[in-house]
Design a protein around this ligand. Structure first.
Ligand code: HEM
Length: 510
């Protein structure tokens, strides 16, 4: 019956979006690294698209898109579980994002896909921005449509761009997904958030036999190593200490500005492969100690650092083979190496010189390195000139332009990316983020409408970071069966949601 199906349609206008945004910001304030992880999760969710499939069957949910399948798909193999794929392994970021996002969606009766899109755009405001300011909330810059429908079925495998792709492949990749190359370049500026930007303070970086003679974060025995973002193991720095300011001019951790483009435009950039094929348990004591520092350095909260230390020590003692999905150190990164020679005053371009005050080694992807080459040494690239020129023009634009311009372009591109292949509810629309505060609660069912009864916001609504902590801790529970009194699941029948794989929470709030 049409009327009943219509009733079951997801209506994003009933969601208290302002509260959703606030909840996302609490997550970011609790652990700054969660910003990068959630932003990356949004990207992986939205752009895992089988473009041939989409061409053949436009709008088919099986072809991929921003449907929260990155967070909801479950199963034993990568084919049916996006979190188990290679590209999802790094620090288990998809799992961490799922644990933060799903409870928020449940609480506010929003789709998980919408919650992920909204959070990924709002959480930027928990990071430092350009010139000592706070980075903007991207939702303040552009409107974001809501009404995405969730699908717990995994999006197609092998549909994300590998880190070693060429510029031509990158151009084709974005174009096939309805995005422009320029939008892709604007999005990649987010790689400013890649981990360990200036965490470690030492001049003793060296080549390591254990790492195949690659330059890594390995240091001469007894080197005086300190971190700009002190970690909380209680040995070198007191637990929970905030990142140091002032004495660490190279610290870029948790800072969202145009540093990515400035780096790409730094003279004497070169790339090398870091094949981390040695597990923690095979490292000598000194190297292990430094690696531990390095690992914990990129987290801002004591809680996440403790987990990182525990998991590293479990891996070292052989209790877990890898952490926790088999992805601890096995991912292959391409390092991008900047000589600082030209920073001492020989560089012709004063703007560039002024901005190359970073460590000699920061991790970026090989693709990022190719983008640097488009600016530095285009003759070395095999890509067609128009592609190289377009990449170089965009990079230079952001290098020379104001951060405000990049923020705006990035926000536009991110909102578009989260929308191009979404499956929309007929009630999709643009929220003002100031809508009603009503939401549904578990247990009671309004017989006349078939929905859960609306209820008012409890007086004890969470307004502080301590509560975000609780939410995170609670979210570590694996999804259980629907509570007995949760009679509202049927209200979501029209939403094509896999209730077996997930808890019933998208409708029912515990
Ligand atoms: C299109 C080509 C892209 C490639 C090849 C790529 C690849 C990668 C790789 C290899 C890493 C590092 C992981 C590691 O250390 O093992 C990374 C990190 C990251 N990527 Fe991308 N990425 C791409 C696009 C994007 C886009 C469009 C976004 C979002 C707008 C994004 C957001 C991030 C973030 C935030 C991180 C750091 C996450 C963290 O805190 O660990 N990436 N990416």
């Amino acid at each position: 019956d049409d009327a009943i199906v219509q009733q079951a349609v997801y209506d994003p206008s009933t969601v208290d979006w302002k509260a959703v945004v606030e909840a996302c910001r609490l997550i970011g304030r609790f652990e700054k690294r969660m910003a990068g992880m959630i932003i990356r999760a949004g990207y992986h969710d939205a752009m895992s698209i089988d473009t041939a499939c989409r061409k053949k069957t436009p709008g088919s949910i099986k072809c991929g898109g921003a449907d929260a399948s990155a967070l909801l798909s479950s199963g034993k193999t990568p084919a049916v579980n996006e979190a188990k794929r290679n590209e999802s392994q790094h620090r288990s970021y998809l799992r961490r994002a799922a644990k933060a996002i799903i409870p928020i969606a449940q609480k506010y009766n929003a789709s998980v896909a919408d919650t992920l899109a909204v959070c990924a755009m709002a959480i930027t405001s928990t990071l430092a921005g350009a010139s000592g300011r706070q980075a903007p909330n991207m939702l303040d810059l552009v409107p974001l449509r809501v009404g995405r429908i969730d699908h717990a079925e995994a999006n197609p495998e092998n549909s994300l761009l590998p880190g070693e792709a060429s510029l031509t492949q990158m151009s084709d990749y974005w174009t096939a997904r309805g995005m422009t190359l320029e939008e892709g370049v604007a999005l990649l500026g987010i790689h400013a958030l890649m981990e360990n930007k200036g965490c470690m303070v030492t001049s003793n970086a060296r080549r390591s036999a254990a790492y195949g003679r690659k330059l890594v974060h390995t240091y001469a025995k007894g080197a005086n190593i300190s971190t700009c973002n002190p970690y909380g193991d209680g040995v070198d720095n007191p637990a929970g200490k905030k990142p140091v300011k002032g004495s660490c001019p190279r610290l870029q951790m948790h800072k969202l500005d145009t540093q990515f483009y400035l780096d790409l435009a730094t003279p004497t950039v070169s790339m090398f492969d870091v094949k981390l094929d040695v597990g923690l348990k095979d490292l000598d004591e000194e190297t292990y100690r430094v690696n531990l520092k390095d690992i914990t350095c990129s987290f801002s909260s004591e809680e996440f650092r403790k987990v990182a230390i525990k998991e590293a020590s479990d891996e070292r003692s052989g209790d877990i083979e890898h952490w926790p999905d088999g992805g601890w150190l096995v991912h292959n990164l391409t390092g991008v190496f900047w000589s600082t020679n030209n920073c001492q005053g020989t560089a012709k371009d004063s703007k560039t010189r002024a901005n190359c005050n970073h460590m000699v080694y920061w991790p970026y992807t090989r693709l990022d390195g190719f983008m640097a080459a488009a600016v530095q040494s285009p003759e070395e690239l095999e890509d067609a000139k128009p592609v190289v020129d377009r990449v170089a023009a965009s990079v230079k634009d952001y290098m020379n332009g104001s951060a405000a311009k990049w923020y705006l372009d990035y926000a536009k591109a991110y909102a578009k990316m989260m929308s191009v292949a979404a499956d929309w509810s007929p009630k999709a629309g643009f929220p003002t983020f100031n809508e009603c505060t009503a939401y549904v609660k578990a247990g009671a069912k309004d017989e006349s409408s078939g929905y859960c009864k609306a209820c008012t916001r409890p007086a004890t609504w969470e307004t502080n970071a301590a509560k975000a902590r609780t939410a995170l801790a609670a979210s570590k529970r694996s999804p259980g069966p629907c509570p007995k009194d949760c009679v509202c699941a049927s209200a979501a029948a029209g939403r094509d949601f896999d209730w077996k794989a997930m808890s019933c929470g998208v409708v029912c709030v515990n």
